[in-house]
Design a protein around this ligand. Sequence first.
Ligand code: ADP
Length: 713
Amino acid sequence: MANDSTPPVLSIQAVLSASPNGMALLSRDGTIHYANPAFIELFPRTEEAKTTIYELWSLDSRETLPEDVSFFLPHHCTISQVEGSVYHLLSLAVPPVVETVLDAPIDAAMIVTDGSFKITRYNEGAAALFGYSASDAIGRMTPVDLHDRQELDARKLRLEKINLRPLSYEETLLVHGRDTENEWTYRRKNGSILNGRLFMTPLDDGQSGYFLIILDITGQKQLERHLTQSERRFRLFSESVVEAVIFHENGIILDANRAAEIIFRTTLELMKGHQTSEFIAEPYREDVLKRIESHQEEPYEVVGRRADGTLVEIEVFPREIFHEKQRMRVAVVRDITERKRIERMLEREKNAIMRQRDIIQSILQASNEGFLLTEEDGSFIFMNIRARKLLDIPGIAPSKIQERISLIPHIDAQTKHFMLEEVEGLLAGRIHEVSFRFAIQRPNETTDLYYELYGTPVTKEKSRIGKHGFLFAFRDRTEEEKMDQVKNELVSTVSHELRTPLSSILGYMELLLHRQVSPEKTRRYIETVHNEANRLTSLLNDFLDIQRMEDGRQQYEFEEFSLHDLVIETVETFSETARHTISLHSEDDPLFIQADRNKIKQVLINLMSNAIKYSPHANQVDLTLTRQEDHAVIEVKDYGIGIPHNSFDKLFTKFYRVDNSDVRKIGGTGLGLAICKEIIESHGGSISVESEVGKGSLFSVMLELHPRKERIS
Ligand code: ADP
């Protein structure tokens, strides 16, 4: 059993060949004498004769074999002498975790290096990321070759300055691989650039090499760049607007722009973390908080409170915005102090203008004339009540003056036609101004209404309404027309009434002067002249009387007398001359009154003269005197030409005479009844008329009886 002292070589080989780990027998100089199948599988060159481990792994040959070294990772290599033999046993052990991790389908580049930083393992993720294949990388490249060299050198230099010593690339990467600055720029095989995050850890203190994981962060980097850009854009935008932009979370301020600092006179630092309602004036805080709580989005105006305690009027636009799927609440705040000031000023001015307009309108409304303001096309802008009545416009009908003219009631067709022509000429600019007179008939009244229409363009300088419009004024000249008529009547009456007696006086005087006239004729002529002179006198007296009465200068001398006696006396004077029979109907009742006896007599004479004068074809006049309670009533009745009903109300106005041929043939001044009315009314009595054309008239006078005298009698 001498064989027992030396191990049987063949049996060692048999043992080694059975091991799943790579194993080899070496001589002291590193020559591989035997490699088991697992070793040959890893390093096929071993099969060649006399290969040394130094050759196999390109290592410097050494005096002695290292004992426990890892030159080839991930294989941990141990070399130990086989006891009692010249051989050394080399065994490779693969750390199983590294192997598993490298093969795992992780979307990351995983690289293992040896102690000299040469790539020994390189997974699929790395190949996909960098474009280098495993055979490109393993044994030929270091991780440094994957880096952007400029960046790496720059960082290395910086670290060396800090550490005050030279550093290797692996040290540089390792330092950064641990801290937050682990983002690196890499270059692919095709030259393109990618961003990676590096996690690097030494294996066995770096002796055996390093394990590196590189994650592709290119996409993330792009997003970050995009975000910073858009954030910068947003900043720039929000800083450039004059509105305050306040970001908040349920009212708690998170961020704000420069305008917010200006509006609220504070700094962002002092705003952050505070409730927005702190920047609202006390009375409105609760309301604002409610709005924030209920997420209301309607804009509102409120009074803000600045950091220095002063108040500022603001308009708030609350919004909820979504950014990157995140909900943010923002309030845009605008300083509206100036706007409010202007608004208030405008309001005041508007009120002043409206007041002014109201004043002008009430002046126009109160005016006796009709005013009408139209647009350029004739449509109404304003009209006062008189104009409305005249044009018979019930409401504020959107109407035009030219359309309205043809609808004015009671104007004859010819006048309307002329009016329309004139107004249209004015509107069209053919006529510069219109001015004409027209009458409106009043079917139930004796007199017409007389108007004058005046129309003129209102140019821009004169008016603020539109570019240009027209002003129409309707002047009521009915009274003026009446006066005109009175004047005309007066002139013709006076000339006629004066001329008749004068020419008769002149005629008789000439006869007396130039002819030999018998004494009998002479007497008759003189009597006629005397009568005519009397007529002239009474005519002039009438003029003077009416003048005095109208001026209020008429003096009445009151006395108590019996009306009965006065009536008898007057009738007697008429019976001497008149060819009419005057019948007096009265009871034996003195009927005392207190009055101016002569004036009452004048009334009786006027009424009786008219009764005779205006009944040329009748010869009867009835005079009735009666008592009605405490009044005396005198009635003068004739059977003459009568008076039309529509003349009744004008009959007692001066110079009025019924306008018909019968009356014209009969002379008169139109003063008698006016004088009667003046006298009777000055005595507190009344005078009235009843009549029918062709049948006759009845004039009644009512006078109060004298109360005391009446009682005594
Ligand atoms: P005058 O008789 O001078 O014209 P009055 O004032 O006395 O003036 O009368 C006014 C008008 O009234 C008369 O012009 C006449 O038309 C009318 N009138 C007055 N009395 C009578 C009468 N008794 N019958 C008819 N018409 C009368």
